[in-house]
Design a protein around this ligand. Structure first.
Ligand SMILES: [Fe+2]
Length: 430
């Protein structure tokens, strides 16, 4: 510093209250400054205070950042698929990290017996914790669920008379719980426990826990609504299926066999669970449009003429239009509309080709054709399975998606193909 200023050294004299003479004398030769000791001390104390305050606020900011990261993690997990049971486990883990707790658990009132509580998810709980249940007055969670109020305790063992099991050698100290509500009732509690005596949970921590519990409540509410919606949809789908069944016995039985076959093909092609549910529903309802086809055409004991075919070919559009207006079944509409489209673009009603056709529709199309070929119809007897297989193979790549044909042949037991294939009894019986 001194050399930058162009001098050899800087001499600063620190002393008591100086006299004018001292200052004048002190400045020569080469004294840089004369500082009063009392002022130095005051400045030093002030500086130390400022540094401490900054450190505290940095730590606070770090803590808040950690909370935010964990809350964001939890929100992300809950947004991914709130109906997934793993989501609550993720929430428990984020809660434990955010609050620097050693254990976390989401305890829920047992649906079958409200006198009991059990864990839906836990983090670092003892082994077997999630498989057991306890009377509803146990643990901190029992009390939080009973009162519906968040609770903060300084010493778990002292306050909780009927404690929950802890991991071996784990002595619980501070603990907190926050209620979770959905369907208009307190249904669960989110609880964290610490074994570190120095880690005292605060009112602010309790607020964070309550916020995380509110997120969990939303997820559970969402999951329950989805389950309810799915039940409603099933009822809607069954009503339509019943209408199809009442109309035409062949279509009803045929659809069930197509469902079974399509589901197996979907599984073989690696179609995911949710998409397979859609595939099965589409397979079950693929011919729902036939409700609008006159009996004279639908049950004609002979080949259809051109005009009758033109009417018959309208059934995918009729079915798709119908499904579009049934809440929850609208997503099946594009599949049902495309169930007679061909891989080479020569199908109907739109002439879609290749992967323009939804995979579910390509699967239903091939399974539908295979099953129709091996069933007795009013206008012809069933083909032997071997002939139907030969027909599928001959039309692979033109009428049908080759990948779908390969999977289907492997399942129905192509005699010249996959040794792992098996014959589907329903095909033989139809
Ligand atoms: Fe059809």
């Amino acid at each position: 510093m001194a050399s930058k200023l162009g001098i050899a050294a800087a001499v600063v004299v620190i002393g008591g209250l100086p006299l004018v003479d001292d200052v004048l004398e002190g400045r020569s030769p080469g004294t840089w400054d004369f500082v009063i000791a009392a002022l130095v001390m005051a400045l030093a104390v002030q500086t130390v205070r400022a540094v401490l305050a900054m450190a505290r606020s940095r730590e606070h900011a770090r803590q808040r950042a950690r909370h935010n990261v964990e809350v964001l993690g939890a929100v992300h997990a809950l947004n991914t698929d709130p109906s997934d049971p793993g989501v609550m486990a993720t929430l428990a883990e984020h809660v434990a990290h955010a609050l620097r707790a050693d254990l976390a658990a989401a305890m829920v009132v047992d649906e079958e017996d409200p006198g009991y509580i059990r864990s839906i998810a836990s983090y670092r709980a003892p082994e077997g914790f999630d498989e057991r249940r306890w009377p509803a007055d146990h643990g901190l969670s029992g009390r939080v669920i009973a009162t519906g109020e968040p609770l903060l305790v300084g010493d778990y063992a002292e306050v909780i008379r009927k404690p929950m099991p802890m991991p071996d050698g784990f002595v619980p100290k501070g603990a907190m719980g926050a209620p979770m509500r959905w369907g208009g009732e307190v249904r669960a509690a989110l609880v964290v426990v610490s074994s570190d005596e120095r880690r005292r949970f605060t009112e602010e921590d309790l607020k964070i826990l309550s916020r995380m519990a509110a997120l969990g409540s939303l997820a559970m509410e969402h999951a329950e609504m989805r389950a309810q919606l799915q039940r409603t949809l099933r009822v809607g789908a069954y009503a339509l299926i019943a209408a199809v069944n009442a109309r035409d016995e062949y279509t009803a039985e045929h659809s069930e066999n197509v469902v079974e076959l399509a589901s197996s093909v979907g599984r073989r092609l690696g179609v995911g669970d949710e998409q397979r549910m859609r595939l099965e529903a589409a397979a079950r309802l693929h011919d729902v449009g036939k409700l609008a086809i006159p009996d004279a055409i639908l049950s004609k004991p002979g080949p259809l003429d051109e005009e009758e075919w033109a009417i018959m070919r309208r059934h995918p559009d009729i079915g798709a239009d119908l499904l579009q207006h049934v809440p929850g079944l609208a997503e099946l509409s594009p599949i049902v509309r495309a169930e007679h489209e061909r891989w080479d673009g020569q199908g109907y009603p739109r002439g879609l080709a290749g992967e323009q056709i939804p995979i579910e529709a390509r699967i239903v199309f091939a399974c539908d054709a295979f099953h129709a070929m091996t069933s007795d119809r009013p206008y012809r007897a069933a083909l032997p399975v071997e002939e139907a297989i030969a027909e599928l193979r001959a039309n692979s790549g033109t009428q049908f998606d080759p990948q779908v044909v390969d999977a289907l042949l492997a399942i129905v037991g192509d005699p010249g193909g996959s040794p792992s294939g098996r014959r589907v009894p329903a095909v033989r019986a139809a």
